[in-house]
Write a protein that binds this ligand. Sequence first.
Ligand SMILES: [Fe+2]
Ligand SMILES: [Fe+2]
Length: 259
Amino acid sequence: MRILMIGDVVGSGGRRAVGKLLKDVKTELDIDFVTLQGENLAAGIGLTVDTVVEMVEAGADVITTGNHVWDKREFIDHLDDPHLPVLRPLNYPPETPGRGATDDSGSVAVINLIGRVWVGEFDSPFAVVDDLLAGGFGQGKPVVVDFHAEATSEKAALAWHLDGRVAAVVGTHTHVPTADCKVLPGGTGFVSDLGMVGAVDSILGVETEGSLNRFLSGYRHRMKPVRTGLMNFNSVLIDVDDSTGLATSVERVDRQIEV
Ligand SMILES: [Fe+2]
Ligand SMILES: [Fe+2]
């Protein structure tokens, strides 16, 4: 089983890059299942039904999210739509709309968690994922985890905590791809951050001016995703042994494309 996990897709430029590249990458690398981090799909903040459908048609099987999942208010009602394969982090309070894990969206079970270091106040991702797995989640399928977090230490800690229990723990949220792909001793694949699908000439996918001015002036300027030009497509390929459901290799799949 070969699973491709794609980093935060930023706005229309990121979506177009996925649309242009993903089908060819799937064929070329013989990919069976695709996750895509979608918190920035719609104009860089949040998701809409249309942008989710666009990514599913482009080849994504499950779309994970993070802190920006609530930014398009009209989408919150759709988080419980069983026809949309969208997760929000599991360790929000149980009353929160949506679901944080799925093991009935194809051949791979997916868990979405959010970090607590420099991100926000959430339930412990460690305790929440322990409870989920103890309840028999994902049995018979490889389980992959998108841990949407800022601190590389917190991401590595979760991977070691889950080593031997899931096929992979991958980090998202920073939009910066890391060069630390590995398989831990118990068979869990890990990378600190997948990266993004967003513009090369940008700050984390948005126009440099708004982001730069925020630091120069000390107040929040309008952030606009870069829509055209050369885009990075950052993802990671997890190769899973079907008999164990654990990883045999983890490698980066990074491309660039003009949109
Ligand atoms: Fe993001
Ligand atoms: Fe984020």
